[in-house]
Each structure stands twice: as C-alpha cells, then as structure tokens.
Design a protein around this ligand. Structure first.
Ligand code: NAP
Length: 324
C-alpha cells in the first residue's frame, strides 16, 4: 500500500507519499481499499500540530474516506469483503488502504457514489446536530450560515432548508454567494464587502436571525452576534479564520439569547443511539434527493499537497475529494 505519511507535523509540507506494508485487520477491524477521501478542515490543522486531537507520529492524515472492504478481522460479522463502506476514523484516509474499526464503518447502500460517501459523514452530521439538536431550528425561523460555501456550511444550508427554515448565507465572494443560492439559500451576503450588521439587518427585515451557524469565528463573530434575534441561538461550530473570538456577556443578556457549543465528535461517542438515529435520517434524506454533498472537485490522491493549498487559501467550494 501507499500512504501520505506525516513523521513530524510541522506544516502542510510535512507529508510524504511512501510505500508501507499492507496491514492485516485484527479482531474487530477491517482493511479498506480506499476509493475516495475528502478534506475536512481538521485535516490541514492536524499536520500543523494545531488540531485538538494530536495523533502520535508517524501517522497518516485523512479523517474521512470511503472504499471497499478488502478483509475483515476476527469477530466482524456485519461487514464482508467486497462491501462498500464510508468511514470516519480521524486519520488514515490519505492512502490506498486503511485499517478501521468495523464499528466505525457505515455500509453503503447500492449506488451511493464513493465521492459522495467520503464527503458525507462529518459535514452533514455536524450540521444536523448543530442546527436541529443544539440550535432547535424550527420551520419558519431564519438561519444565518457563515462560511456558507464551505464543507459544513453547504451541508448547513441544505439541512436548514429541509427543516423549513429561511436561510441567509454569508461567504467571502460573489462566486461563493451564487453557489450558496444554488444550494437553496434565500439570500446571500458577501461579507468581504460592506458592513455585515447592516447586511444582516436588511436580509432579516430588521429582526435578526433566530439561529446563527458559525464555523468561521474571527472578526465576524461579534457583529453577527450583535445582529441575532430575541431568543436567538448562536452555534459555535469552529474557528476556520484562526483567532478564537470573545464576546461581551452583556450581549446574550440583552437579546435573551444563547451561545451554544457544538461538538459532534463527542456527541457521537457520548450519545451513540441519538447519533445513529440522526445518521439514519440523513441517509434517508440523501436517498430522497433532499441533500447531496457539493463536490468542489475530485483530485488524484497524489495531489494532496495541492489540495491542502486549495483549502488553506479558501478556494474550495463545498468539499474537495481525493480519489485513488
Ligand atoms: N464543532 C464540530 O463538531 C465541528 C465538526 C466539523 C468541523 N468543524 C469546524 O468547522 C470549521 C469548518 O470546517 P470545514 O471542513 O467546513 O472547512 P471549509 O470547507 O474550509 O470551510 C471553512 C470556511 O471558512 C471560511 N474561512 C474564513 N477564514 C478562513 C481562513 N483564514 N482559512 C480558511 N477558511 C476560512 C471560508 O469561507 P469564506 O472564504 O467564504 O469566508 C471557508 O469556506 C472548521 O473550523 C472545523 O474545525 C467543527
């Protein structure tokens, strides 16, 4: 097998394409022949030693992937060689093969393309858990999605529309705004121009959004929070812009509003039944054509460094997928 190996996580250049012995699955594990792996933002943080989860080096980055079961370890009964699966294991995906715990593999229904499967779990699970569980978004309410043309952002637009909400998308270019509208956003704000508060006020008839979905942080968090509706819910999803913003605590008091943390990874571990029910609902929505990953482009696995560069420079629209 071949894999992008990171021996010392000092930056985006610290990975090397290496030939490694193909491992055999131990009890409870499966060997997967990887067909597609998607990039999530943590994949660029992990090789810079900036992510909260720090795997001991050497490690193979690549949190999420899909492929074919090549071999199963002892005790694995619900998966068999030849079966298509999607998997989110945190590492291992930027390779031709990976070992994964069988319990973390989602069997794929017939006809589920590997690129969609590799781009599905992290973004849709995060946005569903954020908007519908933590944010209690209801039909008829307005959701503002920041970084709306990114991976979790495009999933958030689609899920908020399935929930019957009005969606205001915000992104950094007119091209990204157009993509957000094509995904169902009712209004899109280009936040690299003009005053964000004025634009939100205009987009919501002065009322403000009921739910704000924020995977970006940085300089937009405070003006966005200042625009929130009475009883609004501000979802802290991530900090793609880098700095972790601070908010004066009088702001939630004045709006009767809530600042709500979202940590889908821990939710899936602490509340596995609720997570499984949520994943089943998402798979149903996919089968009904209500949601579908936006694939920015597919690139050969060998082009990981160019893919990192594309994501780091904010060029990706939706999800970038590497294929074998
Ligand atoms: N809490 C959770 O459970 C959870 C789960 C998954 C992901 N996350 C977090 O969600 C965030 C987004 O992840 P993602 O995979 O959707 O990433 P992504 O596809 O790269 O989207 C992030 C968006 O952030 C915006 N952005 C603003 N400043 C940026 C900068 N300096 N560098 C890069 N992007 C910047 C970009 O949109 P514009 O150019 O339009 O501003 C970009 O589209 C990450 O922080 C990730 O860690 C959290």
């Amino acid at each position: 097998m071949h894999a992008w190996l990171c021996e010392n996580p000092t930056g985006l250049d610290s990975v090397q394409w290496k030939e490694l012995p193909t491992p055999q699955p131990k009890a409870g594990e499966v060997l997967i022949e990887i067909k597609a792996a998607s990039l999530n933002f943590p994949d660029i943080l992990i090789v810079q030693n900036k992510y909260q989860f720090k795997p001991p080096p050497p490690f193979v980055p690549g949190s999420e992937y899909a492929g074919i079961v090549a071999a199963v370890g002892e005790g694995v009964t619900h998966l068999k060689p030849g079966q298509g699966v999607a998997c989110l294991t945190g590492t291992g995906g930027f390779a031709t093969h990976a070992i994964a715990p069988a319990a973390l593999c989602m069997p794929l229904p017939q006809g589920f393309p590997f690129a969609d499967a590799a781009a599905f779990i992290m973004t849709y699970a995060t946005s569903h858990h954020a908007l519908l569980d933590r944010g209690q978004l209801k039909a008829g309410e307005t959701a503002l999605v920041l970084g709306a043309a990114g991976g979790v952002g495009t999933a958030a637009i689609q899920i908020a529309k399935v929930a019957g909400a009005r969606v205001v998308a915000a992104a950094s270019s007119d091209e990204k705004c157009e993509l957000c509208k094509a995904q169902g956003a009712d209004i899109a704000i280009n936040y690299s121009q003009g005053n964000l508060r004025d634009a939100i006020k205009e987009a919501t008839g002065g009322k403000g959004p009921d739910v704000i979905y924020d995977p970006v942080g940085g300089e937009f968090a405070e003006p966005a929070f200042r625009s929130i509706a009475w009883r609004g819910r501000y979802l802290v999803v991530g900090f793609a812009a880098g700095p972790i913003p601070s908010l004066p605590l009088n702001l939630p008091l004045l709006k009767g509003a809530a600042i709500v943390g979202v940590f889908w990874g821990d939710f899936s571990r602490r509340e596995p039944k609720a997570n499984a029910a949520m994943m089943a609902e998402l798979a149903g929505w996919y089968a009904q054509g209500k949601i579908k990953p936006v694939i920015d482009r597919q690139m050969p696995m060998a082009e990981l460094k160019a893919a990192y560069e594309r994501m780091g420079s904010r060029a990706v629209k939706g999800k970038l997928v590497l294929v074998n």
